[in-house]
Design a protein around this ligand. Structure first.
Ligand SMILES: *[C@@H]1O[C@H](CO)[C@@H](O)[C@H](O)[C@H]1NC(C)=O
Length: 249
């Protein structure tokens, strides 16, 4: 009797624990729901910590995910991190606003201060680092297990360069909608107006120089010499200084 009771209790524990084990590992549905919610509330960017990173990177994924591992803490003073952060967010926002199928691509950011465990686990010692994870299931699944690493020095730090890298992998256009820079337009207008005004003021002084035959003769000579000396050819073709052919210099 005693033994049967014991087994009965043990069995009911297992039955009770079973759903808990399942909920500990989030399903694809719940991951996608969480990612959709987080990215739409935060201009297209999912802010991560170590646990969320592990969760979203874990297979199965039917989505692609670009994750920026960065370090924006002023004490760390990572200048490329600061430079790239707004560009990454611009691409994420443009993607959200373009209204593509949401689960096609997500953008995550993991800051060093929330992700020390991930940095340690991956043995990362420089930031920013950008990984691209391909889907492992679903219609866009790719047969690659390792994430791609974005090479900043090769591909570049601007939103347009990053977006064209993503377009190349995804096979669809990843847009960049840069907001108008009103201050920049204002400054440029002022500078152009200033240049026109000063040219007008200086014209009486320069007039004799501009109208002189010798000035134009000198300019023409320089241009002709540059063209026939091959300088322009070098400039356009960019040939190497030294050239090996059949192991001869
Ligand atoms: C990924 O899975 C979710 C949940 O099952 C689904 O809503 C979504 O449409 C899927 N996305 C793709 C790209 O297949």
């Amino acid at each position: 009797m005693e033994v049967r009771n014991f087994f009965f209790i043990l069995l009911s524990y297992f039955v009770l624990l079973l759903p808990l084990c399942y909920s500990a590992k989030p399903s694809l549905d719940s991951k996608v729901a969480l990612l959709n919610q987080a990215s739409s509330q935060n201009l297209g960017v999912v802010e991560l910590d170590s646990n969320l990173y592990d969760e979203f990177v874990a297979k199965p994924r039917n989505y692609s995910m670009a994750i920026l591992l960065t370090a924006l803490d002023p004490q760390i003073n990572c200048i490329p991190c600061k430079e790239f952060d707004p560009e990454f967010r611009l691409v994420a926002r443009s993607w959200l606003e373009a209204g593509n199928e949401p689960s096609r691509l997500y953008f995550g950011v993991l800051d060093f201060k929330n992700g020390r465990e991930v940095y340690a686990k991956l043995g990362l010692n420089n930031a920013p680092t950008l990984f691209y994870f391909s889907p492992t299931t679903g219609p866009y699944a790719k047969d690659v297990s390792e994430p791609y690493k974005y090479e900043f020095n090769r591909h570049g730090f601007s939103a347009e360069q990053f977006a064209s890298y993503l377009s190349g992998i995804l096979g669809i256009q990843v847009p960049v909608k840069r907001p108008l820079n009103y201050f920049g337009i204002f400054i440029t207008t002022i500078l152009i107006l200033g240049a026109i005004a000063s040219l007008k003021l200086m014209y009486p002084m320069m007039e004799s120089v501009i109208r002189s035959k010798n000035t134009w003769a000198a300019i023409s000579l320089v241009v002709i010499l540059m063209m026939i000396s091959g300088h322009m050819w070098n400039h356009i073709r960019g040939p190497p200084y030294v050239y090996y052919h059949n192991s001869q210099l």
